[in-house]
Each structure stands twice: as C-alpha cells, then as structure tokens.
Design a protein around this ligand. Structure first.
Ligand SMILES: *Cc1c(COP(=O)(O)O)cnc(C)c1O
Length: 454
C-alpha cells in the first residue's frame, strides 16, 4: 500500500492562537534601543509607526496570543495550507530520507506573506488608520499587503526596490489590481529618496532604502502607519500558524522531522515554520535540527556580524541586535529579491546565538537547479526564494543517502514562482550568473556599524 502524498487539516483545526517562542527561550533577546538615547525603547516610541495592538504583540512575552475571528475568517480562504510528502523527489534523488514540505504558495498572493498582512491590516483598520505604507523587494509582501488593505478598506502605498520593479512587472500589476499604489525606490517622493538619487541616479535600490522611504511617509501623517513584512517580532508571531499546522500534519502522517529547513530573508517564513518546533523541543519534546538557508550573495547569518544596527539605510528605525551586513550594504540584484536584506530578524539572530539552529548559504544558480529538479519531480514551480529551501532540503536528503539514514526532512516551500518565470527562462538559457557582493563594500558597511555603549 502506498503512503499518502497530501495531509490536509480540516478548517475546524486551523489554529486559534499564534505561538510566541519568546515565552520558552532560556534567555530573553537583547533590548531594542532608541537610536538617540541608546536606552531601551518604550511602546510610545513606536506609536508613530504602528497601531497599539501591534506594538503590544511586538513586546509580548505571552506564549499564546489569540487570532482574532475576522483574521481567521480571511485566512480560511486558503488555510489550513497543505503538507505534502515529496515521494517523486525522494525517488529521483534515490534517498532513503522521507521529505515533507509545507506549501504556502496556495495563498492568493502566492506566498506566506498574507499570513501577517491580513493580521496587520485588520489591527490598523480597527485602530482607525486610513493608509499603510510599506516596502517590497520581489513584490511578494507588497501584493500581500495590497490584498489585505483591499479586504479591510485601507489605502496601501508600496515602495518597490528598483531592480525588482524592473525585473518583475507583473508583481506591480498584481498590487495595482488589488488597488495599491506602487512606486519604484529610490523615488523622488521622499526626502531620503531624493538624496539617494542625487548621489546615484541609477541606484538599483535596496530593502533598506525602501524601508526608509515608507517610514518617512508614515511618520508625517496621523492617519498613516507603516507595515513591515518580515523581521519584527509580531510578523514572526503571525507566521507561527505555518509551523503549528505543520506539527498537526506531521502527526497525521505519523512522522516527526529530524531536520527542519527553510529559507531566510528577514526570517519570517523560517521562524513561522521552525519556532513552534524549537519551542516544542525546549518544553521537553523532540529536538529536530533546524537549518536556515540564505543566498551566498546576501549572507547575513553566515557572514554578518551579530551587532546593534539600524533596520533601514536612512537610520530612522530603532537599533536592534541582529546578524547584519551593515545597513548601508546594497546586496547584488539576485533574483530571490525577497532575500536581499542586510539584516536578520533579531529573534532569529538570538536563536542562532543560543545555538538552537544552524545556517548555510548557497549560490543562486545551484538554487535554481534545485528548483527545476523539484518542479520536474513534484510539479510545483517554487519562488526563487523558496529554491534556497529546496536546495537545503535536497542537500540533507543526499547526505542521508551517503550515510544510509532514513531521516525525516521537513522544509518550507514559502511560495510559487509564477511571477518569476523570466528568471527561470534565464536559468534555462544558461544565462543566469551567480551574483557576488563586493568584499570592500561589505567591509565598509560593517565598519560603519553604529557604536553602541555596552
Ligand atoms: C518574502 C519571501 C521570503 C523571504 O522572507 P522571510 O521573511 O525571510 O520569509 C521567502 N520566500 C518567499 C516566497 C517570499 O515571498
């Protein structure tokens, strides 16, 4: 008898609470500091940017936080998301390992991003906010917030990193279809954008610059708040629904992972999948190995410093301790635009410092090769970001083959690649190159890290 391929949870079993790993950590994460005073920030410092209920989640140490019913009602459009067993990939690799993947490409925007966008739009609408500003790299977060804004009646303005705006015109069309406004960044619409353009009119942009522009607009207007698609504690919290569902689905499959793999840009889909498993381990359950996969061209976890840094390039944000390449570092224009961020979520960085996870980096051509192998075996075309997780999972499966071990691998397939086919086209034509950053630029960005008094 063959084992099933797909594990679906009934709607009634969609989680009613998000999970906050901070409640189970042996040591709390370092404080977030005010950039002027270098004292821990207070909720009031964040009030110009975020609605009160979001700030409460940002600083909460509660283990479980209830998912509001109107949010669950929207999430039910595509959740619970499926867990699948990659039988054909296992066979193609000739591995004794069992490979499972949690698929987030079933959301209307095609990635895990709406899991947080829906929650953020709901809390802002509830607080009487009229407009949200945000940044987007590849366009995944921008389209997620655009659809969430449409559902809850908010205007959405998206600053999209210039290189992605040019590479991925259909993401912009999707954002505009949902009613959002999409502006390439750096833009002439903000003081900071004008400054960057004056220095380098052909600047290809970065998430750090786009964040600065979105924050600048948000702080100027009472009715406008800012939304971030990754990195912050509340975003990681909203994404925990991925891992909570996956735990139930692994139980349905009568299996449990020996290793959990996910890609990391700012860390949200990784934390969403992995943190519930890490917490389960810290509370006495089984402890799978946890592996983060990042691009070799933007390697914050494997090559960055663990230091206080700004989240944006204009230095408008608070200082957080994280693995960083330096806030002025401009990553090369790799196709996994969602992974082009100079920093890592402070909570993911802290978990790494606690020794609760590992990190590896791969080049983009190897990741596309893995993505094509996955598509040919499992039929789903992964997003370029998700190809990093696929590559990580395949490497684990090949290790199992060499060692003759039938381990269970769970990885996060964070989104589909239907808007990224031009990158696949390039790969298939043999034209995709590995991007490398300039070591001198990295050294310079790291030497500019803010001095923080101990
Ligand atoms: C945005 C994005 C990522 C990277 O962001 P994280 O916050 O690290 O998850 C990964 N995969 C997809 C499909 C994305 O859209």
């Amino acid at each position: 008898m063959s084992t099933p391929t797909k594990y679906l949870l009934p709607e009634s079993q969609m989680p009613k609470f998000w999970y906050n790993l901070q409640a189970d950590l042996p040591r709390p994460a370092p404080a977030v500091l005010h950039p002027g005073t270098q004292k821990p920030i207070t909720p009031d410092d964040l009030a110009p940017l975020f609605a009160q209920s979001i700030i409460e989640q940002e600083v909460s140490l509660e283990r479980e936080i209830e998912i509001p019913e109107p949010v669950r009602d929207v999430l039910r459009l595509w959740r619970p998301a499926p867990l699948l067993r990659a039988h054909r990939l296992e066979k193609a690799l000739g591995t004794p390992a069992k490979i499972f993947y949690k698929y987030e490409g079933v959301s209307p925007a095609g990635s895990h991003k709406p899991n947080s966008a829906i929650a953020q739009a709901f809390y802002n609408a509830q607080a009487g906010v009229k407009r949200l500003t945000t940044e987007t790299g590849a366009g995944q977060w921008g389209s997620a917030l655009a659809l969430a804004g449409q559902i809850f009646g908010l205007d959405v303005t998206v600053f999209q990193v210039r290189v992605s705006y040019d590479q991925k015109p259909y993401r912009r069309a999707l954002m505009e279809t949902y009613g959002a406004r999409c502006i390439p960044s750096p833009s002439p619409e903000t003081d900071y954008g004008r400054r960057v353009l004056a220095e380098r009119p052909d600047h290809r942009g970065s998430l750090g610059i786009a964040i600065s522009e979105a924050v600048e607009i948000a702080v100027q207007r009472e009715d406008t708040k800012y939304a971030l698609g990754s990195v912050l504690n509340h975003v990681l919290l909203h994404q925990s629904i991925i891992g909570l569902e996956a735990m139930e689905q692994m139980r349905m499959a009568d299996a449990w992972p020996d290793v959990v793999v996910a890609c990391t840009g700012g860390g949200s889909n990784f934390a969403g999948l992995a943190f519930p498993f890490i917490g389960h381990g810290l509370r006495g359950g089984g402890k799978p190995r946890i592996v983060a996969v990042e691009p070799a061209a933007c390697p914050s976890l494997t090559r960055g410093q663990y230091a206080y840094d700004f989240g944006d390039t204009a230095h408008l944000t608070p200082l957080t301790k994280m693995h960083t390449l330096g806030s002025t570092f401009t990553p090369p224009g790799l196709h996994a635009g969602g992974l082009r961020y100079h920093g890592m979520a402070p909570l993911v960085s802290h978990v790494r410092e606690l020794g609760l996870m590992e990190a590896v980096a791969y080049n983009q051509v190897d990741c596309f090769a893995a993505g094509v192998a996955f598509a040919r075996a499992e039929s789903i075309v992964p997003a370029p970001e998700a190809n990093h997780a696929v590559k990580g999972a395949i490497e684990e499966a090949l290790r199992c083959k060499r060692e003759g071990r039938s381990e269970t691998i769970l990885f996060g397939l964070s989104g589909h690649g239907h808007f990224d086919m031009s990158a696949y086209q390039k790969y298939l034509a043999g034209e995709l190159k590995d991007e490398t950053y300039d070591e001198k630029e990295l050294a310079q960005a790291l030497s500019g890290l803010p001095a923080v008094r101990p």
